[in-house]
Write a protein that binds this ligand. Sequence first.
Ligand SMILES: Nc1ncnc2c1ncn2[C@@H]1O[C@H](COP(=O)(O)OP(=O)(O)OP(=O)(O)O)[C@@H](O)[C@H]1O
Length: 252
Amino acid sequence: MSLLSAATTATAQDVPATRLVSVSKTYPGAAGTVLHGVSVHFPQRALTAVMGPSGSGKTTLLHCAAGLDRPTEGQVLLGDTDLATCDERQLTLIRRGRVGFVFQQFNLLPMLTAYENVALPLRLDGRRPDRARILEALRQVGLEKQAGRRPAQLSGGQQQRVAIARTLVAEPGIVYADEPTGSLDRATGRQVMGLLRDLVDRAGRTVVMVTHDPAAAARADRVVYLVDGHVVGTDPAPTVERINARLTAWEN
Ligand SMILES: Nc1ncnc2c1ncn2[C@@H]1O[C@H](COP(=O)(O)OP(=O)(O)OP(=O)(O)O)[C@@H](O)[C@H]1O
């Protein structure tokens, strides 16, 4: 079966995939408080983009939402699981099973082939990698023929597609992407955005993506704007023009 048509129904339709309630985050040292009582939700089966000036706290927000970091105050709910009540072991299980990650720098293991990188989440989760399923994930991102290549033998766009195949194979309900097109040229970025859209439109997943790229954000269903650690607005119908108008307003 196509991994892109295998919609998951881990949580009820009307519960947001993830909800942050009054989340604050303070780092020791110069950075101080970077999130100030942020309340925001990420609807299921939607692609949400998070935009904001550099240093506004976007990655911190994503890491708190994904259980990669803990907020100083406030609540993060993944479906109906309160991450604050989870110990490190439970958080690790959640990150392996329910959440997927796509990073700007791809984060593939350099010594492993594309095939082995895609198989890795299943191995880490104690599941036996099914060869047909891994090849199907690589086929869906157009890289079946490159299964035996290591990351250094692939272009940036191909590496990002391997990272997306790695996400597909683990079938998480929600995928967090931090600047997924940030290292790619425009055409390759468009291709990667197409795959992230497919995750939502065909596979029924939820995607939350931090981006500086108006063209990428315009492919989202909603844009959440973050400035100085505060959510300052949400756009339910983003277009490149509307996003650019916001960015210009910030610059001025
Ligand atoms: N682990 C950390 N320890 C201390 N300070 C941190 C840490 N991570 C982030 N910061 C600080 O928190 C602030 C917000 O960082 P964050 O990476 O969340 O912003 P951002 O909006 O994603 O920025 P950019 O668009 O430049 O990637 C910055 O001042 C940063 O230096």
